[in-house]
Design a protein around this ligand. Sequence first.
Ligand code: APR
Ligand code: ZN
Ligand code: ZN
Length: 361
Amino acid sequence: MTHQVRAVVARSKGAPVSLETIVVPDPGPGEVLVKIEACGVCHTDLHYREGGISDDFPFLLGHEAAGVVESVGEGVTEVAPGDFVILNWRAVCGQCRACLRGRPWYCFNTHNAKQKMTLADGTELSPALGIGAFAEKTLVAAGQCTKVDRAASAAAAGLLGCGVMAGIGAAINTGQVGRGDSVAVIGCGGVGDAAIAGARLAGAARIIAVDIDDRKLATARKLGATHTVNSKETDPVEAVRELTGGFGADVVIEAVGRPETYRQAFYARDLAGTVVLVGVPTPEMKLELPLLDVFGRGGSLKSSWYGDCLPSRDFPMLIDLHLQGRLDLDAFVTETIALDDVEKAFERMHHGDVLRSVVVF
Ligand code: APR
Ligand code: ZN
Ligand code: ZN
């Protein structure tokens, strides 16, 4: 059997997305059919549309999603029909060197559904990050589904599937923020704000938010920043040192992805502190540093991949904290929109008006 559903497709490079009827097959071995309840709009969806990630058009966009399992294929034991699940885009193999060495977030044998979803004319679709959740139903691998408490709203839960997990994980998994630490977060969009929320969860004593936009700093305060610095007006390295007794932060999280902010992150940390890089630079960007500073300052520079998360460990735990009122996931949902408003949401994202627009079905 197949399912005909409405979905958001990017047909060609740079062209506005279109609402299409697509064909989704019943799940085969190891596959799961998920009825999507909510899917956030992420920068990566826009990168797909612009051809910045691959040329495999047409793309079925959307990858930050939660929904309910409708049916499962042969051999699927992880989830069952009716389960409320968050989707992830890194179903790891469990057998490669990275997985066996306890660093599964560097597994490059990740897998997705094997069967293809198509346009009505049979053209095969490429699902964004192997998910494709701007669709009433989508087909994924069982390892891409994590069951969580149904009491959470789908809009909030879905956000853990990408950007919010990346930020929280940068603080708690990669940065290993501990109780009493001072933390600076450079760039307070969805990812940086999530890092702030993560630092708060981890018990950081001081959380310094740095951004060039006062509106972003106001939101950062709501999520747990104890101090804010507008780096257009004030040198952020000096400001962070001043706010940390002259030392610098124990952990600095960079969530912009530009050379000047990488540099600020490098110098805003205390000696022997940790810099966590979450912002993704472009291929031509370079950073020059005096080697004596690299050597002399000690500590570590770490990049964070998908928040170095383990979906089956982290998603249920964070949903629990959310339901207990200790992690405000709803604060990341700036607006809920309909499926045919994704193009408008891209526009708003471009202008920096929103943390997250979330499509609810
Ligand atoms: N200094 C400080 N903040 C800056 C600067 C700068 N020079 N330039 C931009 N910003 C701020 C913006 O004002 C905005 O608040 O960085 C934030 C970026 O936020 P978003 O555009 O919403 O991006 P986000 O989704 O949070 O992702 C940030 O993390 O995972 C990566 O690919 C992602 O590189 C991106 C980064
Ligand atoms: Zn692996
Ligand atoms: Zn994303």
